[in-house]
Design a protein around this ligand. Structure first.
Ligand SMILES: NC(=O)c1ccc[n+]([C@@H]2O[C@H](COP(=O)([O-])OP(=O)(O)OC[C@H]3O[C@@H](n4cnc5c(N)ncnc54)[C@H](OP(=O)(O)O)[C@@H]3O)[C@@H](O)[C@H]2O)c1
Length: 291
């Protein structure tokens, strides 16, 4: 019997993507070391190198990021340290140790001026510090020309194990008779468990590269909210507002739907619709809507 493949999942113990990825890789027979900041500092080269030398992973999966999109506007150095310097350090380490690297990025690398799904070949033009630092992380990795590098741009995540847009909105919908939600930003809502399955599909296809990986379909934040409230069976009115009625520090793209044709060509997998995935999340993970 061949030895189990090993993956070091940075952020695997606490992150939204990290927790789903850890579960899906373990179910697929991987030996996974799910690391949190309590285990070691993922931004410390020495600490990560010690973990790599001890665990000898086939892959490092980097789910660690500075994901506070609005706070990043006032903390650009902290955002750059996690979103650019950390992946660059991991890339060099993976190159030196002959380890594969799976890294996540975001739809917020785009400016939203397109009105058809974004391809991997479309020119990024981020509008926020978060988007700029994530793009800088991608570029730092691509410059290294690693043989076994996967960069997965994903978007609008919901899933178990950590608060997210859908869990927060459902919490509010339980308490309030009505919610006003932005309707003039459209994107690709995505279930973290599906993202983890699709990550595994790319690993199995042994097809490194830059990919857009999201559930299919598109929605505004308002449409996502209305669907989640309906699926959960909550009695809350959902009203559409425009972005200027809900000003936030970071600018977001008005349109950031991602095209997944390259992912499907590599894996043979067509991502399922976000509406279907949302039902799994609400019914199975949150245990809502079925009573
Ligand atoms: N969430 C989304 O909607 C979304 C959309 C597009 C792209 N992405 C990308 O997907 C990837 C995963 O995102 P996610 O939503 O899973 O992120 P997340 O839940 O916010 O998790 C990030 C992980 O990074 C860790 N972390 C953050 N700051 C740290 C620090 N200073 N030192 C050590 N660890 C730190 C967190 O640990 P703690 O739990 O201890 O804080 C957590 O494990 C990221 O690359 C993100 O840019 C996410």
């Amino acid at each position: 019997m061949s030895a189990a493949r090993r993956a070091l999942v940075l952020g695997g113990a606490t992150g939204l993507v990290g927790q789903s990825l850890t579960r899906i890789l373990r179910e697929a027979g991987f030996d996974v070391l799910a690391a949190s900041r309590a285990d070691f500092n993922p931004a410390s080269k020495d600490a990560v190198e010690r973990a790599v030398d001890a665990f000898r992973p086939d892959f490092i999966c980097n789910t660690v990021a500075y994901t506070a999109v609005d706070l990043a506007e006032s903390e650009p150095d902290q955002a750059a340290a996690l979103n650019k310097a950390l992946p660059a350090m991991l890339g060099r380490l993976c190159r030196d140790k002959g380890v594969g690297l799976i890294h996540y990025s975001t739809d917020f690398v785009f400016d939203g001026k397109k009105n058809a799904p974004y391809l991997e070949t479309d020119q990024p033009n981020p509008r926020s510090v978060y988007g700029k630092t994530k793009l800088a992380g991608e570029r730092a990795l691509l410059e290294l020309a690693l043989g076994n590098l996967y960069i997965l741009r994903t978007a609008w995540l919901f899933g178990p194990g950590k608060n997210n847009f859908v869990s927060k909105i459902l919490g509010l919908a339980k308490e309030r008779p009505a919610l006003n939600v932005v309707h003039d930003q459209r994107g690709s809502p995505t279930y973290s468990a599906d993202l983890a399955r699709y990550t595994l599909a790319l690993i199995e296809a042994a097809s490194p590269g830059l990919y857009h990986v999201v559930n299919s379909g598109r929605a505004s934040w308002c449409e996502l909210t209305a669907e989640a409230v309906a699926v959960a069976g909550l009695d809350c009115r959902v009203e559409a507002i425009t972005t200027d009625k809900y000003p936030l520090p970071a600018k977001r793209p008005a349109y950031s739907v991602l095209d997944t044709a390259k992912f499907t060509a590599a894996t043979g997998v067509t991502p399922r619709p976000w509406v279907q995935a949302l039902r799994d999340y609400v019914y199975r993970d949150l245990n809502l809507g079925l009573e």
